[in-house]
Design a protein around this ligand. Structure first.
Ligand code: AMP
Length: 362
């Protein structure tokens, strides 16, 4: 099948790596001439609004997908009108705005952190009273990896927080006293079949995912599956959806949705019968999908900013170094390393600790 992808970063790269093995071809639309997915297909290097490039993509592709949720609404709708776009544009409309997303999740009967909609400084002052402080002020649009977020510890900080987010429409979220963060990644096919990845437990540093670890038979897995199924079915979704949760004493609150493959599922490349990438490709291509077995417990460490010296020497039968071929830049995701538990738990834990120590973030 001919698969078009909006965006040509590392997620598109890993989608194409999985899809090429399944016999598909790829075309990417991305304004960056140095896109790291380019070697895996044809790159249309153009703005997302470029009419000629959009027409080329629409005419060439059998199905179109995307690797990021900030696809301009009008672009998604235009592609959907002339071709098949999966996941449906309706989900982009929901997930590209935190206010819309949180309200929609709640409408499905699923909990989120307490939040207030903030459209003015007066809203912020009122919101601080209803939500309580400390809280986090997040821009409603265009935030990711902790960007566009400010912690507000007391009422005196409200004015500076409002300045710091550029006086944009925001949500003020109560601090959730979570025990841990987890994510559930699942794919839904056009006929409504759903395949679930094992749960991932995620640790963040400065709002950026640091370590993600597979969990087998986790106590909250069934609950997370039930919730993601409700969201997938309600949106008549096709492809992979990721839901990030706060686990508060076994109760799950949705933090964020991503209508795409996700950094917390990268360990599935080596640890599962089917990775999140091949599940997404199979789902959007209308092939049958089923929940993949976890072949081995696994953990992934992100490589941020620059490649540490000697990192490639870690590669072995149970350690997989992925470098995306992106230029180094502060806080940029440029690779990840996955370690599998192929022998025993103590060797795995030791290896993981060594990796976390060796991979200093820039
Ligand atoms: P986000 O970009 O909204 O996923 O936030 C990035 C990270 O900040 C999350 O993964 C959490 O570690 C932390 N965080 C965000 N929102 C909250 C919250 N309401 N309560 C506690 N921690 C939060």
């Amino acid at each position: 099948m001919k698969i078009g992808i909006l965006g040509a970063g590392q997620l598109a790269q890993m989608l194409a790596q999985a899809g090429l093995k399944l016999g598909h071809e790829f075309m990417f639309l991305c304004p960056d001439p140095d896109s790291c997915a380019a070697p895996y297909g044809e790159l249309l290097c153009a703005d997302y609004h470029d009419e000629a490039a959009l027409a080329t993509l629409r005419d060439w592709a059998d199905v179109i997908t995307y690797e990021f949720e900030n696809v301009p609404n009008e672009v998604a709708q235009a592609l959907e009108a002339g071709n098949t776009l999966y996941p449906p544009s309706m989900m982009l409309g929901i997930t590209s705005d935190r206010i819309t997303e949180k309200n929609w999740v709640r409408d499905q009967g699923i909990g989120t952190a307490n939040f207030a909609e903030v459209r003015s400084f007066e809203d912020l002052v009122e919101g601080a009273k209803t939500v309580g402080l400390p809280a986090i002020l997040k821009t409603s649009q265009s935030g990711y990896d902790g960007k566009g977020q400010v912690r507000v510890s007391s009422a005196e900080h409200l004015a500076s927080a409002w300045e710091a987010v550029g006086q944009q429409v925001c949500v003020l979220e109560g601090m959730v006293p979570f025990n841990r963060e987890v994510s559930m990644i699942a794919a839904r096919s056009p006929s409504g079949d759903i395949a679930y990845l094992p749960l991932s437990e995620n640790a963040h540093t400065d709002g950026i995912l640091h370590v993600a670890e597979s969990k087998q038979n986790d106590p909250v897995e069934a609950k997370a599956q039930q919730m993601i199924k409700a969201l997938l079915d309600a949106s008549n979704y096709v492809g992979v959806l990721t839901v990030e949760f706060f686990d508060v004493d076994g109760e799950l609150l949705v933090n964020e949705l991503a209508p795409r493959v996700h950094n917390s599922g990268h360990w599935s490349i080596e640890a599962c019968e089917d990775s999140q990438f091949s599940l997404h490709i199979k789902a959007i291509a209308g092939e049958s999908i089923r929940s993949p077995k976890l072949i081995s417990r696994a953990a992934m460490v992100n490589v941020i900013g620059q490649v540490p010296q000697g990192l490639e020497a870690f590669a072995s039968d149970d350690t997989f170094v992925h470098l995306y071929g992106k230029a180094p830049r502060s806080k940029r995701k440029i690779g990840h390393v996955t370690v599998l538990e192929s022998t025993d738990a103590s060797t795995f834990n030791e290896r993981l600790a060594q990796l976390v120590k060796a991979i200093e973030w820039a």
